[in-house]
Design a protein around this ligand. Structure first.
Ligand code: FMN
Length: 182
């Protein structure tokens, strides 16, 4: 299915890709490695910032992949994947898996997950999924996964905003009691 709006419905605009990125860059995203392994034992993976929860009952998740991805056509054939929520000490893993080329998984320790897909050691959570839908939207594929297993790991999630990595920092909001005392 292609749900790209046709040109009549798309407003004409002067929004450049650079400005689009600048504005959307205000919103932090998680950093998630989508991983799989094919019959030739080739590990496959790419990093996405577009991973989201989608439905609770049934449990569904989604992410978007650029049409230019060289890994997604191979991952798509498997019809299953693990979403590894990367931890804030896994920037090097993010860099490896967001490169193009076959050496992405060099020196990346993995353990086999319940669907046979690679779980990257040290991730903060693993979400194992079967692909249930994929639609073309603009210059991306929107992929929906039905969650079959979930496992919590350790640490806090790595975040990405405006081209920089970061960590979640809760705000110190004074309680009612502290406010009345001051
Ligand atoms: C923090 C971060 C978030 C990214 N988010 C996405 C995304 O949501 N979708 C996407 O297609 N690529 C995204 N990328 C870029 C892909 O990881 C990269 O283009 C891809 O892995 C290239 O390798 P491939 O051709 O093997 O797929 C992101 C990269 C980084 C570093």
């Amino acid at each position: 299915m292609d749900i790209t709006p046709d040109t009549e419905q798309t407003p004409s605009t002067n929004i450049t890709p650079a400005y689009y990125r600048q504005v959307l860059g205000k919103l932090p995203t998680g950093v998630v490695a989508i991983t799989g392994i094919n019959d030739d034992n080739e590990k496959l993976g790419l990093v996405v910032g577009t991973f989201q929860s989608l439905s609770l009952e049934p449990p569904l998740v989604m992410f978007c992949v650029d049409k230019s991805s060289s890994s997604w056509p191979k991952l798509r054939k498997l019809q299953k994947f693990t979403a590894n929520i990367l931890a804030d000490d896994q920037i090097a893993i993010c860099r490896s898996l967001s490169r193009k080329g076959p050496e992405k998984f060099e020196n990346l320790p993995c353990t086999e997950g319940p669907l046979g897909t690679p779980h990257l050691d040290g991730a903060t959570a693993y979400i194992d999924c079967l692909v249930t839908a994929e639609v073309v939207v603009g210059d991306h594929y929107m992929v929906v996964g039905a969650v079959s297993h979930m496992t919590e790991g350790n640490g806090d999630a790595l975040l990405f905003r405006a081209g920089k990595f970061g960590q979640y920092q809760p705000l110190e909001i004074p309680t009612e009691a502290a406010r009345s005392a001051s």
